[in-house]
Design a binder for this molecule. Structure first.
Ligand code: TXA
Ligand code: MG
Length: 320
């Protein structure tokens, strides 16, 4: 059990930072999805966080940092194009994979020589990171706050539903309202001459090319393990079918211009791609809450964020 804290005053955030420093776990909002955080330099806390998530111990985890000054603590040999990306898109929905320093231990990097860094764009997350830095912390390791393989939570209630049975009383869940982006950050490999996207998100290939002036290439080194890249991930309990052919009693998620077949249960009718991204996971969760056996999803067309949405839908629909 862990309590949800809805008024995240500076005092609360200070106390949450102290809690992290003494080995506690703190779930916090970001603009993408909620994360379950642990001190990125506390092996024991991270091991417990992995147990709470039921995640294999050798998976790497993103280190969230307060500001650009922390980058050199964790990463080295940073290419110019990565610095350009940091300047343009941090704080924001982007994770950069960089060569690690000796500070990034194997329990954070999954035994790889690469560390994943992100500055999130959410006032609660940023304030928590700043308070943590004031007391000597350098980063908060935080995967999405769901059980392994499940849909990422975009609200504090969803975090509680996923993890409450596994958290301890001293752990905390900070409520910062619904996540505005709603899909996990874009993961960009910055260890090669050109950037490549390992997980699509709100920062698109076009945006990366515009900022860096260099071409985004296909990931060549498939040795890099990205857990969200396992084929079935981000999956609800319900069976997910791609399309609009929902029968009576089945769920449907589709853009608002697609009609709901008679008797089907409309879980989301977004009017824009941004709204689609923001509501996809909460709609899947709602389907599970209603006990639906089957949810039909009509993927949005187009590039950019639509591509990231299709990526998650395809994963939710694939059976092991
Ligand atoms: O938007 C997000 O990225 C959210 C919020 C909480 O920041 N976090 C998130 O974390 O989605 P997670 O652990 O659920 O997914 C992060 C992905 C994982 O698939 C992990 O394998 C990959 O990032 N990753 C993290 N560090 C890495 C590293 N050093 N090398 C390769 N992949 C890494
Ligand atoms: Mg995840």
């Amino acid at each position: 059990m862990a309590s949800i804290i809805s008024q995240c005053s500076l005092d609360v955030l200070r106390q949450a930072a102290e809690n992290l420093k003494s080995g506690g776990l703190v779930a916090f909002p970001t603009e993408t999805v909620y994360g379950i955080g642990a001190d990125a330099e506390n092996h024991e806390a991270i091991s417990r966080m992995y147990k709470v998530k039921n995640r294999p111990a050798d998976h790497p985890v993103i280190v969230h940092i307060a500001d650009l000054d922390e980058v050199d603590y964790w990463a080295r040999e940073i290419p110019d194009y990565a610095i350009a990306l940091m300047r343009d898109y941090w704080p924001g929905p982007m994770t950069l994979l960089l060569r690690r320093t000796e500070k990034a231990k194997d329990y954070v990097t999954g035994n790889q020589n690469i560390v994943g860094l992100r500055i999130p764009a959410h006032t609660v997350a940023i304030s928590l990171l700043q308070e943590f830095k004031k007391i000597g912390g350098h980063g908060i390791a935080a995967p999405s706050a769901n059980r392994y393989g499940a849909v990422s939570p975009t609200t504090a209630d969803a975090v509680s539903a996923e993890l409450k049975d596994y958290l301890e009383p001293k752990d905390q869940i900070l409520d910062g309202g619904p996540s505005l982006v709603g899909l996990e950050s874009t993961i960009i490999d910055c260890t090669q001459n050109n950037p490549s996207i390992l997980r699509p998100g709100a920062i698109t290939a076009e945006m990366i090319e515009e900022t860096t002036g260099i071409i985004v290439v296909e990931p060549e080194d498939i040795k890099i393990r990205v857990s969200g890249s396992h084929k079935q991930h981000y999956a609800p309990q319900a069976h997910v079918i791609i399309g609009t052919n929902a029968q009576s009693g089945e769920g449907l998620i589709a853009m608002s211009d697609i009609e709901t077949p008679h008797g089907a249960i409309r879980l989301a009718a977004p009017q824009s791609i941004e709204e689609y991204a923001r509501n996809l996971y909460s709609a899947l969760r709602e389907g599970d809450k209603q006990g639906l056996q089957t949810i039909h999803i009509a993927p949005p067309t187009g590039e950019g964020l639509a591509l990231a949405i299709r990526d998650r839908i395809n994963r939710a629909a694939s059976r092991p």
